[in-house]
Design a protein. Structure first.
Ligand code: ATP
Ligand code: MG
Ligand code: MG
Ligand code: MG
Length: 490
């Protein structure tokens, strides 16, 4: 069989449906009813009320015992932020699909482990010699036992001892928060090299060639306010597998980007920009930066389109600012590496995405016109300052280099943001390209100063109720409005 993306996804859903799971739709990437969360970042988000025991008897999932889905996830801000890795490595995206199966007080470790192994090795046909599993090693200080039950279950399905690896709190113990449901997890890692080598040393090392594909969480405790653990009467299973990572293993690719999940987007980028084709390299091999730019843009159009389709419009705060930052970052890559004209660049890539993912996620098709409009509007707004901002950046950079300390000052970073709309992470990236450092503490000081200054202005203005149009615009939009010199002081 040839494992195309859609077939990989469907096979997962079918497998668990046959095991009595209800196929549920992905929830929105904009979490409803959860102000603590910037974006949906895992499959379990929409099931949180079930785990917390707060679900109402008449709510949708109240009767659910087993569920399976593919969840749209965004990790570009908040607790999970993979934005800085995107483009530089081959397996972190800002937007990705998480395949997952759940048991709500129904089956537990034995079935979860047996099924995940059966699916990967017998159904998908992955080579067991390339698979490694981890189990929680325990933490005596926290009063936590090692998860020997999971270890034994992996042995029982036939995983050789040297492929079963202990993992620490950070990788192998999951907690929702300071209190509440938690438990050990077991991860499955895939060695992209194979050839009979033993890669057990590379598991949990963030090695690009030995990649975590699937996490099985066993929710068996309830952490109390006094930090003690109570055994849960109803135990749950919560799993998450990176769809793009699985596809890449099944298509025998080193990089997620070399799969049919991304190639249609690359082809479109190439068609639109006339650039040379993508050459399937990553990280330090990418001497001219063009491959990185391909990866960043293909990644970012996915985040942008799904975020906008689900109602997260670009703006200046929270969620909307993540969307804005991602667009500005992507636009600058497009201009620098593909000499693309900024204004309607992303919307030219959009049709390829809609064609590729519109069937599984109909909201993309339905909202295509809105997405296009919003992308263009946002790009045009940035295009106005991008050019001047880049020149300004070059000036600052030249001064920093001449000054000999190769550091961009916090005030410069702030000015690029305040006057030219360059998000801090974009400036950081540009500085990195030029071998310049940025001191975050300095940036924070500059930010604080600006905040105090604008507060002082507002305080004075409030005592004079008659404001001119510029002042009103400034107060409402929190921006500086250019005005004739004669009005410069008020
Ligand atoms: P990693 O250690 O590689 O950053 P993680 O431990 O943060 O992954 P989990 O929170 O366990 O990831 O999520 C479950 C699965 O989702 C992972 O095993 C992985 O396959 C996938 N995944 C996580 N983050 C990303 C991402 N940024 N892009 C693509 N897939 C991801
Ligand atoms: Mg991670
Ligand atoms: Mg991990
Ligand atoms: Mg994990």
């Amino acid at each position: 069989v040839h494992w195309t993306g859609p077939r990989v996804r469907q096979t997962f859903l079918d497998y668990f449906e046959k095991k009595g799971h209800t196929v549920v739709p992905s929830s929105s990437v904009v979490p409803h009813n959860d102000p603590t969360l910037l974006f949906t970042n895992a499959g379990m988000n929409q099931f949180k009320p079930i785990f917390l025991g707060t679900i109402g008897k008449t709510e949708d999932f109240a009767q659910l015992k087993r569920a399976v889905d593919t969840q749209k996830c965004i990790r570009a801000g908040g607790k999970h932020n993979d934005l800085d890795d995107v483009g530089k490595d081959s397996y972190h995206h800002t937007f990705f699909e998480m395949l997952g199966n759940w048991s709500f007080g129904d089956y537990f470790k034995k079935e979860a482990i047996e099924w995940s192994w059966d699916l990967l090795t017998n159904v998908y046909g992955l080579d067991p010699n390339r698979l490694y599993v981890t189990y929680f090693e325990g933490n005596p200080e926290m009063g936590l036992e090692p998860d020997l039950e999971a270890k034994q279950l992996w042995k029982d399905v036939g995983v050789p001892e040297e492929h079963i690896i202990p993992g620490n709190m950070k990788d192998n113990f999951w907690e929702m928060g300071d209190q509440g449901p938690c438990g050990p997890c077991s991860e499955i890692h895939y060695d992209k090299v194979g050839g009979g080598r033993n890669a057990s040393d590379l598991v949990n090392q963030d090695d690009p060639l030995v990649v975590e594909v699937w996490n099985n969480v066993f929710i068996q405790f309830d952490r109390q306010a006094d930090k003690s653990l109570k055994s849960l009467p109803a135990k749950h299973v919560d799993t998450g597998m990176g769809f793009e990572r699985l596809v890449s293993a099944l298509q025998h690719k080193i990089s997620n980007y070399a799969t049919d999940v991304f190639t249609p987007l690359f082809n479109k980028i190439q068609e639109v920009t006339g650039a040379r084709t993508y050459t399937d390299k990553y990280g330090k091999d990418d001497v001219d930066g063009v491959d990185t730019a391909y990866r960043v843009i293909a990644d970012h159009i996915r985040l942008l389109s799904f975020a906008i389709a689900d109602g997260a419009a670009p703006n200046n705060i929270g969620r909307g600012y993540v969307v804005r930052r991602v667009l500005r970052r992507g636009a600058r890559y497009a201009r620098k590496y593909f000499q693309a004209e900024i204004g309607s660049f992303f919307s030219k890539i959009l049709p390829a995405l809609v064609e590729q993912m519109g069937e599984q996620f109909p909201e993309l098709k339905k909202k295509q016109d809105d997405i296009k409009e919003m992308l263009d509007e946002e790009e045009v707004a940035f295009a106005v300052t991008l050019d001047r901002g880049e020149k300004q950046f070059e000036k600052y950079a030249a001064l920093a280099i001449k000054g000999g300390n190769n550091k961009l000052s916090g005030a410069d970073v702030w000015r690029l943001y305040d006057t030219f709309g360059f998000p801090e992470d974009l400036t950081k990236l540009m500085a990195e390209e030029r071998g310049l450092t940025i001191d975050q503490a300095e940036v924070d000081v500059a930010k604080e100063k600006a905040r105090e200054a604008s507060k002082a202005v507002k305080d004075t203005i409030q005592t004079f109720p008659k404001l001119n149009v510029h002042q009103i615009a400034e107060l409402e939009n929190d921006v500086k409005v250019p005005r004739p010199d004669s009005e410069a002081k008020y």
